[in-house]
Design a protein around this ligand. Sequence first.
Ligand SMILES: Cc1ncc(COP(=O)(O)O)c(C=O)c1O
Length: 307
Amino acid sequence: MRATANVNGQISLAAEAKISILDRGFQYGDSIYEVVRTYEGVPFFLDEHFDRLENSARLSKMRLSQSRDFLRTEILRTVKESGVQKGEDVFIRFTISRGEGPLDLDPAVVSKTSYVILVKELPPWNKNFYSDGMTLAIPSVLRNSPLALDPNIKSGNYLNNILAVAEAKEMGGDDALLLSPDGKLTEASNSNVTFVIDGGLRSPLHESGTATGNLRGITRTLIAALATEADIHYADVPLFPQDLGQATECFVSSATREVMPVKAVLLRDGRKISFPSGGGPIIKRLQQEYTRYVADYVRARKSEAWF
Ligand SMILES: Cc1ncc(COP(=O)(O)O)c(C=O)c1O
């Protein structure tokens, strides 16, 4: 397959795609996006990603000019143009920018949102992240407060997360585990984090109206449902770095990472909290449940496969 882009209807190789320098997504990060993947050609949770895109638009006061059906058709057209074959799978990122217009922060100066669709191969995650696990480090950079920029706006401005990753890497981590301004655990730079505490799953709570927030991950929501079905208790709760002492397992989740074990968290005071290499029994069980769920999902939608 070829990495392929669609910029407002114009399809080309991704490396040759162009956007206007007056696009607010480029000028201000004034854009929102989603990432979806396919399994055996079937898009996974596409409607749930559209729901979240619409929620990001609402939270950022952006009126979408493109309907869900229009975007679905454009995404499919781009996927087909990529030349992807049966037996492969694709990563799809679709970004909506508030649009092109004069350099003026006032969002009212633009009237039409623009879109960019990128279709490429799935990210080649380091195999050790599954066989052994990732190391997360807690940087001094804090996660945006929902009172300033709600992490539930999945926006094209990731500077907060980028600064956190840069610092986490300097600390010897693979990724960051960000704290909120009020000292609570929030999420990793582009995934949610969950711990096993007292035999149950505990994930940092998004506390509306406070300084603590994280993105409502679609993968984490699925994992919560799978855990509950498997009689593993799940709860979103306020969590602090000192709670890590009680955690026996830790993993991150996202559409492309699925359930990825964490082998260690590096704390700000220099201590290292370690977890079982490759994940403990609960992570292994969740990975099995996840694989089973995906297989059932794909089986039920075989006739809707895109390629
Ligand atoms: C900041 C952040 N948190 C969490 C997630 C995980 O979300 P999902 O499970 O819907 O992929 C992402 C995914 O991109 C993210 O960027």
